[in-house]
Design a protein around this ligand. Structure first.
Ligand code: AMP
Length: 393
């Protein structure tokens, strides 16, 4: 059967069509600049890339364009070949402990969680409604970024803020990138042949988070109420002293929203280096001796090392550390910097293996903790849940 995984943002829509249960990617792509007369549709199929620039006014039009192109390029011959749709939803709050079949009630609940994810959940709902119009006779399943972390205990999800903030407004740590942390940790446990393994997943892309996983369950993670918390990222600051908000608002005569925008969009790699949010640009600049580019990377490396050391203690030791996502999978110098700093934990990098790509062990046989590169695959995780939840007997 064929399943389409959909990830709708405010002005973009990513999709991947998979052959299931074989987990084979048939086609993938993105619609960008939704709402504009020069929107962009791009699709990869059969090793070829296709690109169109056209007017796409809303998400419903974007969904139509995706289906039309899947048909036009012969990826599918008939709409009926698509048996299910999986939707990536950012915030499931405490409402959703697992992926669910989409119903009118579920759509309302996802909408009701928009206060906690104002940039994401409304766009996710628009994606659901658009694809439901186009593919209305097949199961739609909502897969949340947060559910994998719902196994955290209060000691790891509560902030030491007034308890009423939690009771009345659900202020707590939720964690994100859950499908990725789940996919990678479960794959590591499979490689280790140990479902009880103690694992740290370092998902380091433009957004970045770490998780501590034991018995295939998330015990702790670095992101918080929102994806702003945790380590410094491409454009996000990660955790800072919250008093900075009020201080800078006053000094720079900015509103709280403007300060938050700067912490989300003008901080991290971009903010510290003053150059770019892209790790490849920073790597180039470092070669030219750019001090602040080095500092931007060093700040993130230090934070990652601190989280790994913390999780080592929390889990009572570690069986494996897994690197994943754009930077984690590709940036070998970056991984080397991190693993070298973990020497006190007995972690030893195999420098030759670390230069390679793809799923592999990159620690030496003597290393007390195994280190892996495990490419993430959030779409496969979503498609698996469409099968598991959408086709229950
Ligand atoms: P993601 O958010 O997972 O797509 O990751 C985006 C980040 O991965 C960007 O900072 C990219 O520079 C980085 N990235 C992607 N490919 C490479 C690569 N080959 N080497 C180094 N960094 C990479």
């Amino acid at each position: 059967m064929k399943v389409i995984a959909v990830n709708a943002g405010s002005s973009s829509l990513k999709f991947q069509l998979l052959q299931m249960p074989e987990e084979i990617e048939l086609a993938s792509g993105i619609v960008e600049r939704i709402g504009k007369s020069d929107a962009i549709f791009q699709m990869k199929f059969n090793g070829e890339k296709h690109k169109l620039v056209l007017e796409i006014l809303n998400h419903k039009d974007a969904a139509d364009i995706v289906i039309k192109n899947l048909l036009d390029y012969g990826v599918i011959k008939d709409l009926k070949e698509i048996n299910g749709v999986g939707h990536r939803i950012v915030q499931g709050g405490e409402t959703f402990k697992d992926s669910v079949l989409v119903t009118d009630e579920v759509i309302k609940q996802i909408s009701d969680l928009s206060d906690l994810a104002p940039l994401h959940n409304p766009a996710n709902v628009t994606g659901i409604l658009s694809f439901k119009e186009v593919l209305n006779e097949v199961p739609h399943v909502a897969v949340f970024d947060t559910t994998f972390h719902q196994t955290m205990e209060p000691i790891n999800y509560l902030y030491a803020t007034p308890y009423e903030w939690y009771e009345n407004h659900k202020v707590r740590k939720y964690g994100f990138h859950g499908t990725s942390h789940q996919y990678v940790s479960h794959r590591a446990a499979e490689i280790l042949n140990n479902p009880k393994a103690k694992i740290v997943v370092a998902h380091i892309g433009n957004g970045a988070s770490l998780s501590a996983v034991k018995d295939l369950k998330s015990v702790n993670t670095s992101m918080g109420l929102t994806p702003l918390d945790g380590l410094p990222m491409g454009t996000r600051s990660g955790a800072i002293d919250p008093a900075i908000l009020g201080y800078i608002a006053k000094k720079e005569n900015m509103s709280l929203e403007e300060v938050l925008e700067a912490l989300n969009k003008k901080s991290g790699y971009l903010g510290v280096s003053g150059l770019s949010n892209d790790s490849r640009d920073l790597e180039e600049a470092i070669k030219q001796g750019h001090e602040r580019a080095k500092l931007a990377i060093d700040l993130q490396v230090k934070s990652i090392v601190n989280y790994i050391a913390q999780y080592y203690v929390e889990l009572g030791g570690l069986d494996a550390i897994c690197f994943t996502a754009g930077i984690g999978e590709n940036a070998s110098d970056f991984r080397e910097q991190i693993v070298e700093k973990l020497a006190p934990l007995g972690v030893i990098l195999d420098k030759e293996a670390n230069k390679l790509r793809g799923e592999r062990l990159i620690s030496t046989p003597e290393s007390k903790v195994k280190v892996f590169i495990i490419p993430t695959n959030e779409e496969v995780m979503i498609a698996r849940d469409v099968l598991r939840v959408g086709f229950q007997a």
